[in-house]
Design a protein around this ligand. Structure first.
Ligand SMILES: Cc1ncc(COP(=O)(O)O)c(C=O)c1O
Length: 402
């Protein structure tokens, strides 16, 4: 007989999945009911309404897709890209590469540019590429969790709208943790996930898109054969599971019987959005900034170096350089074993160079920040790292007082 899986509580300071708000865990214990029962449909309608408020949009089509954040990104890109469509993806870290790969799998004619890790694009750089490539779609990450950088989007949104280009944004690492304005920034389609600043488990993507994308979706509408034998469309989307023409009708008044709902995750997202609005979106964003400022103040007081361009740091995730003569994974392991605290390693070229530290959603709390700084300092000192001791927590506390 196997033992029951029992995991002790940990302090999670990674780029996600982050700690889940206990009120969300509680909501997930609601019993399963039929997904077309009126009580469940009412919850779905409330999710759409609350999703609009969190995303700051009037978009009618604001709903959830069963799957992690990339399901949302893939659904949006596959809806707007048809074979040979021109797509520009400005890359500044791992998740830009993900958007480019998804766009290529959708058979787009994909043009990419790269920036050195730890930097972002100026608007002029983006404009120059757009003017020479003339894309139908620009797909870009807002918060690059692999480098800790945030890309401003306002001018890009304005320009894409003026040029008739569709702008699709990955807001996975920023939604509800950094300022994000879907409509005011003229973003056509946005995808985010459940496991970061919304404080829910991984497994749901939140998407929203405007009439410009809705029009394209209508042109590619194709309903599953078993539900509508007459439905046919040579331009249908490549995926059935992520087909927004069907998902839209599942969330709309048609209540199309598309997939079996991940009922407990819908309860989780209902509570996650409700809690975000109860706290206030702007208040929640402020909380993330306050806690991240305290983390950075503490790390710098310890003599550690924050990676990347200081003017464009993400307020939710920071990359910190691993000091010389210290083994990245040994430190991580000791933090777990001695302090029940998790931080994450880097990706790709930064794999052995940085730790990625997140303060997301329910993990974005003062007690977690002070626990992180205390634990990291203790473990680094034990490994004879070249750090300054005794200053990190006082500097973080000073940052809170300011
Ligand atoms: C910025 C960004 N985009 C996309 C993803 C992919 O999300 P998921 O793992 O939820 O599919 C992540 C995951 O960490 C992310 O940080």
């Amino acid at each position: 007989m196997k033992k029951q899986a029992f995991i002790e509580h940990r302090t999670i300071m990674t780029p996600g999945p982050a700690e889940v708000d206990p009120r969300i865990l509680q909501a997930m214990t609601n019993p399963i009911i039929g997904q077309f029962e009126p009580e469940f449909l009412a919850l779905m309608d409330e999710v759409m309404e609350m999703g609009r408020d969190v995303l700051k949009t009037q978009n009618r089509w604001t709903y959830l897709i069963n799957g992690t954040s990339r399901a949302g990104i893939e659904a949006l890109l596959s809806a707007v890209i048809e074979p040979d469509d021109r797509v520009y993806v400005p890359i500044f870290g791992r998740f830009g590469h993900l958007m480019a790969e998804i766009a290529k799998r959708a058979k787009g004619n994909v043009h990419t540019t790269d920036k050195p890790l730890g930097s972002i694009y100026t608007f002029r750089e983006l404009q120059k590429e757009i003017d020479s490539f003339h894309p139908k779609v620009v797909a870009i990450v807002h918060g690059e969790s692999s480098t800790g950088m945030m890309q401003p989007l306002e001018e890009l949104g304005e320009y894409c709208r003026k040029e008739g280009i569709l702008l699709i944004v990955d807001a996975v690492a920023t939604l509800a943790g950094a300022p994000f304005e879907t409509d005011a920034w003229k973003i056509d389609g946005i995808a985010a996930g459940s496991q970061k600043c919304l404080a829910a488990p991984a497994g749901m993507a939140l998407v929203s898109y405007n009439e410009r994308i809705e029009t394209l979706i209508a042109q590619r509408r194709k309903i599953e054969q078993g539900l509508d034998p007459k439905s046919a469309n040579p331009r249908m989307m490549p995926s059935n599971y992520l087909d927004l023409s069907q998902l839209q009708e599942y969330w709309g008044k048609e209540r199309l019987n598309h997939h079996t709902e991940a009922t407990s995750m819908l309860y989780a997202m209902h509570e996650a959005l409700r809690l975000t609005l109860e706290e206030g979106v702007n208040e929640r964003i402020k909380r993330h900034a306050t806690n991240m400022n305290a983390i950075i103040a503490g790390l710098e007081a310890m003599n550690l170096t924050v990676f990347g361009d200081k003017d464009n740091l993400l307020p939710t995730i920071v990359c910190v350089e691993v000091p010389e003569n210290v083994e990245l994974h040994k430190i991580r392991r000791e933090l777990v074993e001695e302090f029940s605290l998790e931080i994450a390693p880097g990706f790709g070229a930064l794999k052995d160079k940085v730790w990625r530290i997140g303060a997301l959603g329910y993990s974005s709390r003062k007690r977690n920040v002070l626990a992180l700084l205390t634990a990291l300092e203790t473990v680094l000192q034990r490994h004879h790292a070249n750090i300054i001791t005794g200053q990190a927590v006082p500097e973080a506390m000073k940052s809170y007082r300011h």
